[in-house]
Design a protein around this ligand. Sequence first.
Ligand code: UDP
Length: 235
Amino acid sequence: MKYKRILLKLSGEALMGSRQYGIDPERLSEYAEDIKSITDKGVEVAIVIGGGNIFRGVAGASNGMDRVQGDHMGMLATIINGLALQSALEDAGIPTRLQSAIKINEVAEPFIRRKALRHLEKGRVVIFGGGTGNPYFTTDSAAVLRAIEIEADVILKGTRVDGIYNTDPEKDTSAIKFDDITFEDVLRKGLKVMDTTAFTLSQENELPIIVFDMNKKGNLLKVVSGENIGTKVKL
Ligand code: UDP
């Protein structure tokens, strides 16, 4: 395997499958199987899960809700998703711990870096819920932050598109995909990979990001074994 320790970022929307809202149990169990295919090979896996399938603070604010209140709801949404993912992973036979950035002790362990590292070393998948624990941030920022903290080799951003294109491939059929691209070029061309806060944190810490299609079975294993699918953002 090319990567020994990875941070997988899954958006909340990814868990919806073909639904308009919430969680699709079939999609969850497909993800669990894919994740098992890499833990079986000894890869250490940490996951940051989003909450957009349930609530986003920005959406609340655009409807007149207090932004911080909405962000708290968003963070709780990520914990709901984390619990669902934990169940799916355990059903697939993978030992898993959910660590939360906000205190919710009856439900999830608090985030403790040393404990997270110990879990990873023991072959447990660690899910980080609650984002960064702060309003005005996103789970992409949480993904980069946790990846740096646990010294992950790479961030794998599982999406429904198979990489980074020069224009939106869902709207423009002539869009061209990059196999790899530098951080600077992403910023210069104004391409959307992650929000700017998350993206620059990754750049400053020289942490590569691979964007790939997580909805295609087997892709996760291919990426982790170093196959050239998706787009790699590097220095
Ligand atoms: N959120 C937050 N702080 C964080 C991470 C997330 O306040 O560190 C809130 C924010 O309201 C966000 C919501 O949780 O809109 C869900 O996270 P995100 O939008 O990143 O989820 P995704 O788009 O990955 O599903």
